[in-house]
Ligand binder design. Structure first.
Ligand code: FAD
Ligand code: DLZ
Ligand code: SF4
Length: 511
């Protein structure tokens, strides 16, 4: 049937292998739009805007070269009205389209918007699958149907079996265990050195000039002339292969390590390519499993890495779709403090925070432990407002799209959902950060001290957090230790810690 059709491709739907593109059809026009409604709905890191626009432009070019019809509305196009709805109205009229199709948006906000738009059209409209994820949106909820508690580990085992990943001929997990974390989580002694960066370099100076001329606000370093995020699938595959060969063998051991000397360590930096769908999770998992089966990487690394993608990534998406739109509003501890000014500059005397925030502003990326156990940990202990923090995370990271960012920030990192996603709050005093990094040596603050001008802020905040949140946390069997230790402290020393914590909170911009 040759019905004149407009097909919308969003900025995180850059998959040239989607079944839409199997062969060019004259009656189909693909549209991509650089729109202010998306650049401005949260303040984004400069690199994120550049990377999305560059990736969209590259896909448009690939499709055109393959013989597809493409209408690209650039940020400075005079026809661009900067709203999906207004632009679609214009394009549908312009091409006299009788049909509108779009791939299901991954974000609740945009999905509502496009569903409503489609429902209001007088022409036929269809939403199709983005053909990216292992699971359907409600599959995680189905796995836990009738169960009291959602647990990622349980879901992950089901996925391993269902998709036959790292499963032996006798239907058991390879190596006899589902999880090898006890062999991982080491601090990094400085060797082996982190491998080279396998991302390609680009000069996006012209694009950055256009973005600035359009008046789009952003933060963080653009590094437009020296830009390293992948443009397309071919580049992302090269990056993935380099990672598997050179970094993955050490990923497991050092996945939680942090260092002032190496910001990437043995992480893949593949989340941008995955979340924009340049790469498919199945191919990433298959390549990693193949490397293990060919004896190129240890099982501890392969399993640890696959768990992040087949386990956590799909799991948090299931949480997002089950609990949105309310999920983003959770604030179980009623934390209301604004983000300190240094979240936008990295200029704090806390060396761990200066490095974690600094590299986020510099590279639009920080690895999981920086996000969870440094920035997130401090934010939760200090009582920063989870919603404000969510907007910061959504803006700063190159890979941040709400479906994956919200459950990680609101749930895993801030425990603002009261324990729906995490079994206990991920908090620590300076001891954990010192064990996993070289930050404390050379810090302005004393990692051992709890009280006084030079005391590490994490320490007083840690005890104060447990003390002031007794009603929510004291009955949690996983955190009994903290309350036993508090029991051993005198009321005076607890009061002193609370006063120190209050001083930190009230003068937070000076820390
Ligand atoms: P690697 O360490 O090499 O891991 C490989 C892949 O596993 C990642 O690319 C990612 O696709 C997946 N993965 C690992 N952990 C998670 C997780 N917890 N949830 C979902 N997928 C995971 N990840 C995002 O993709 N987007 C976000 O917006 C995001 N926000 C986060 C916010 C907070 C507060 C925290 C604690 C974590 C967040 N994460 C997010 C998860 C994780 O930090 C990033 O996926 C990871 O740092 C990306 O870098 P990488 O590709 O080098 O990952
Ligand atoms: C993040 C982003 C930005 C900055 N700009 C655009 C854009 O101009 N056009 C577009 O189609 N998508 C953009 N995106 C990605 C969308 O916000 C993303 O598709 C939604 O968050 C859905 O997950
Ligand atoms: Fe961070 Fe405290 Fe260590 Fe300084 S002493 S680096 S503030 S944990």
């Amino acid at each position: 049937m040759n019905v004149k059709t407009i097909r919308l491709i969003l900025g995180d739907q850059l998959n040239p292998l989607h079944s839409w593109f199997q062969q060019p059809r004259d009656e189909v026009v693909y549209v991509l739009m650089e729109v202010r409604q998306e650049t401005d709905y949260v303040l984004h890191h400069a690199q994120k805007i550049i990377a999305i626009f560059a990736g969209m432009r590259d896909l448009a070019q690939q499709l055109t070269q393959a013989g597809h019809r493409v209408h690209y509305l650039a940020i400075d196009d005079p026809d661009n009205q900067h709203l999906f709805a207004a632009n679609l109205d214009f394009l549908i009229a312009h091409y006299q389209a009788q049909q509108f199709e779009y791939q299901a948006p991954d974000e609740w906000r945009l999905r509502q918007q496009l569903h409503q738009y489609a429902a209001g059209l007088s022409i036929a409209a269809h939403c199709v699958d983005s053909e990216h994820f292992y699971t359907t949106e409600n599959e995680v909820a189905q796995v836990f149907d009738g169960r009291k508690k959602w647990l990622m580990d349980y879901f992950y085992r089901q996925m391993r079996v269902k998709h036959n990943v790292l499963i032996d001929a006798d239907a058991q997990p390879v190596g006899g265990q589902w999880n090898f974390d006890h062999d991982n989580r080491k601090a990094w002694p400085g060797i082996p050195w982190e491998p080279q960066d396998f991302r390609q370099r680009h000069d996006h100076s012209k694009l950055w000039e256009t973005i600035q001329a359009a008046g789009i606000k952003s933060f963080g370093e653009p590094h437009a002339a020296d830009f390293y995020w992948p443009l397309n699938r071919a580049e992302a595959l090269l990056q993935l292969d380099g990672f598997i060969q050179h970094a993955l063998p050490h990923f497991g051991a050092f996945q939680d390590a942090m260092s002032t000397k190496a910001w990437r360590l043995f992480h893949s930096l593949i989340s941008f390519a995955l979340n924009t769908k340049m790469l498919n999770p199945r191919e990433v998992v298959a390549k990693v499993e193949a490397a293990y089966r060919a004896d190129q990487v240890p099982l501890t690394s392969a399993e640890g890495y696959i768990r992040q993608i087949l386990g956590w990534r799909e799991y948090v998406r299931g949480v997002y779709w089950e609990f949105m739109p309310d999920y983003v509003e959770h604030n179980v501890f009623n934390h209301q403090l604004d983000l300190p000014d240094w979240f936008w500059t990295g200029k704090t005397k806390m060396r761990c925070m200066a490095h974690a925030i600094g590299q986020s502003l510099e590279h639009a990326h920080a690895h999981h432990i920086h996000r969870l156990m440094v920035i997130g940990n401090f934010s939760l202990l200090a009582g920063l407002n989870p919603s404000a923090l969510h907007r910061w995370y959504l803006g700063v990271y190159i890979d941040a799209f709400e479906w994956v960012e919200v459950p990680n920030t609101i749930g895993m990192s801030q425990y603002a959902d009261g324990g729906l996603l995490a079994t206990k709050p991920y908090v620590s005093s300076a001891a954990y950060i010192d064990r996993m990094s070289d930050y404390c040596k050379g810090c302005h603050y004393d990692k051992k001290a709890r009280i006084g001008e030079k005391a590490c802020p994490f320490n007083a905040l840690y005890w104060d957090f447990y003390e002031r949140n007794r009603t929510v946390l004291a009955n949690n069997p996983r955190i009994g230790m903290a309350y036993q230790q508090l029991k051993k402290m005198t009321p005076e020393s607890i009061a002193q810690l609370q006063q120190q914590a209050e001083e930190i909170r009230s003068g937070i911009n000076a820390f």
